[in-house]
Design a protein around this ligand. Structure first.
Ligand SMILES: [Zn+2]
Ligand SMILES: [Zn+2]
Length: 295
């Protein structure tokens, strides 16, 4: 039985599969990637040779899990038809690319309603997802994971209830999951620093979303305070959450097998990733839960 799956978002410079080499360099067993440049609408054709390399290298490097993150440009909540349609095509492309690599989960920011209101935005996101699902029956095993957001501006997904409201309007609920980001959750107002706060957050997650809905964690410390709605990531233990918050998550067997990935600032040497991963591992009480490659 897999226990902890830990890693970081890695650059795809040189090809998507190069992210696996970087994950290996920091001795992690999980990785997050973009399957194309995340700041462009259109990517290059899917590189079959790179997919072959990905499939060979993943087991060789002991990477047990990979997730992709969709482009930041996508806004499935947009009230403007042109951007809404473009976003649907882009998210469809994200699913198809992930599917080609055998990646089961695609993390997506739910979107921003841009003044049309939360209810209208939620309807828009769910109906976009339904259209995308109708167009991609072959990618049914590639799941869109709606990310819990810090709630800046008109961003949707700033509460568990809002994520639930979107999922409730998706016809095929098997095709959506959730990604919990510690920085976003804390900035949205969920207390993670205390044992009581963490316990009540997890109880809410289980009650509102259901225990199987969470597919991915992002472990980021937060520059902003509790309820600040600021989406600013910082190194583990150096932000407002602090190490205690991460210790609650890491020592909870509830999350065994679910990948936890850093999205913290770093240089090309990946030294910051090594440091943050070491900090996370140092918080794990039971050494048997730490995979051999990570010890
Ligand atoms: Zn994200
Ligand atoms: Zn963030």
């Amino acid at each position: 039985m897999t226990t902890l799956r830990l890693g970081a978002h890695m650059s795809i410079a040189g090809g998507v599969s190069q992210a696996l080499d970087r994950a290996n360099q920091v001795h992690s067993n999980a990785v997050q990637v973009f399957t194309k440049n995340n700041r462009q609408w259109n990517g290059p054709p899917i590189d079959v040779a790179d997919i072959r390399r990905w499939q060979e290298q993943m087991p060789q490097f002991g990477i047990e899990y990979a997730v992709s993150h969709a482009s930041y440009l996508i806004n499935l909540a947009s009230p403007k038809d042109e951007l809404w349609e473009k976003s649907q095509r882009a998210q469809q492309d994200e699913l198809e690319r992930a599917h080609a690599y055998g990646i089961a989960h695609v993390v997506l920011h739910p979107g921003a309603h841009m003044g049309s209101g939360e209810d209208a935005g939620i309807v828009r996101v769910a109906s976009a997802l339904n259209r995308i699902h109708d167009r991609t029956p072959d990618c049914a095993d590639t799941i869109t994971c709606l990310e819990l957001m810090a709630g800046q501006g008109s961003t949707l997904g700033r509460s568990l209830e809002q994520l639930r409201a979107i999922i409730d309007q998706v016809d095929d609920a098997h095709r959506v999951g959730v990604c919990l980001d510690t920085c976003h959750a804390f900035a949205a107002g969920y207390e993670l620093r205390t044992a009581d706060g963490y316990t009540s957050f997890v109880a809410d997650v289980n009650r509102i979303l259901g225990p199987a809905t969470v597919k991915v964690w992002h472990l980021n410390d937060s520059k902003g305070g509790l309820g600040s709605h600021l989406d600013r990531h910082t190194h583990i233990g150096e932000g407002e959450i602090g190490v205690a918050g991460f210790s609650h998550i890491l020592n909870d067997p509830h999350w065994d097998g679910i990948a936890m990935l850093l999205e913290t600032p770093k240089e090309e040497t990946l030294e910051e990733d090594r440091l943050n991963l070491a900090r996370l591992i140092s918080l794990v009480d039971d050494p048997d839960r730490i995979p051999p490659g990570l010890r």
